[in-house]
Design a protein around this ligand. Structure first.
Ligand code: CP
Ligand code: NVA
Length: 338
């Protein structure tokens, strides 16, 4: 029986550095197996439910392809396809799905929903994004950094933008656990909440990571090995977008902010989707009143060789594969997790 067997993957705080590092390294290994056409059917005969309250390109695709590569059958259950949330409670849905499926992915609003699914279903549940956390994204992001830099400990990652969203929370906690210095550049009322900061500080005290949270974008990016941003308004957020754009324009990743790192080898990350040009209808609506051609990241930076965003996006698949195989597969994993 392996260390991760039958565990859920709900938030980063449930795991220690050795465990997260194992999943990152396992993801790198599984990526290589796929590239070399070496079969890895660790989940032969398993059935996986993919439950989505919010839309998705990467997470849905990654879970689907990863499940098939592992020999499992994925079944997409969109919020409008099933009784979930309208005619049937989370607990009853969890019991039914847990009685038929071997594992459940959930993307949606409340963290409480994914926690309840895990408790009531009796099978591993994987968090494909909630309003609070985006943990599968973290395995792909830190995997991408490890592929590029060959290490994680001691790197500095700066996140600029909405410092209160799921991705910012997850980066702060994951970096703190792994010994990656995390800087957050965000206006005061979009900085991480006090519980997240306290948890990050506690983890950082153990790992040696340095945490900096500041409203000054230049101070935030100084010395960064990686710059990271995300959309300024997350899925389901009801906010006045004019106010949000006014607040976050100083935190846009553009050539000036990249130069303010003081380094020439800083890489750029973004979980995607990104508003880096005027090609999307939502982007056009947000940019029109400001005569902008980009929001959180300019197109020149997004298209530059320093941007690892598509490598990062592709890494979602082996990252999710590693998480599913470790928690549901009957494979040997050495006990290195004290
Ligand atoms: N990064 C990410 O989670 O993308 P999707 O919303 O397309 O799944
Ligand atoms: N913060 C974004 C992440 C998308 C992957 C959102 O929740 O919409």
């Amino acid at each position: 029986m392996n260390h991760f067997y039958q565990k859920s993957f709900l938030k980063e705080l449930d795991f220690n550095a050795a465990e997260l590092n194992y999943l990152i390294d396992f993801a790198i290994h599984l990526k290589k197996l796929k590239q070399e056409n070496i079969p890895h059917p660790y989940l032969q005969g398993k059935n996986i439910a993919l439950l989505f309250e919010k839309s998705s390109t990467r997470t849905r695709s990654a879970f689907t392809v990863a499940a098939v590569d592992l020999g499992a059958h994925p079944e997409f259950l969109g919020k409008n396809d099933i009784q979930f949330g309208t005619k049937e409670s989370v607990t009853d849905t969890a019991k039914i799905l847990g009685g038929m499926f071997d594992g459940i992915e959930f993307r949606g609003f409340k963290q409480q929903t994914v926690e309840t699914l895990a408790k009531a279903s009796g099978v591993p549940v994987w968090n494909g994004l909630t309003d609070e956390w985006h943990p599968t994204q973290m395995i792909a992001d830190f995997m991408t950094l490890k592929e590029h830099f060959g290490k994680l400990t001691g790197l500095t990652l700066t996140y600029v933008g909405d410092g209160r969203n799921n991705v910012a929370n997850s980066l702060l906690i994951t970096g703190a656990i792994l010994g990656v210095n995390i800087h957050i550049g965000a206006p005061a009322d979009l900085q991480p909440n006090s519980q997240v900061i306290a948890a990050a500080k506690k983890a950082a005290a153990k790992s040696g990571a340095k945490i900096l949270i500041t409203a000054d974008p230049k101070q935030a990016v100084a010395g960064a090995d990686a710059l990271y941003t995300d959309v300024w308004i997350s899925m389901g957020e009801q906010v006045d977008y004019h106010q949000r754009i006014d607040q976050l324009l100083p935190y846009q990743i553009n050539a000036q902010l990249v130069a303010a790192t003081g380094k020439t080898d800083t890489v750029i990350l973004h979980c995607l989707p990104a508003f880096h040009d005027t090609s999307t209808t939502v982007g056009q609506k947000f940019m029109a009143d400001y005569n902008l051609t980009a929001l959180e990241i300019t197109d020149d930076v997004f298209q530059s060789p320093a941007a690892l965003v598509f490598q990062e996006g592709a890494n979602r698949m082996p990252a999710i594969k590693a998480i599913m195989a470790a928690t549901l597969g009957n494979l040997f994993i050495p006990e290195i997790f004290d």
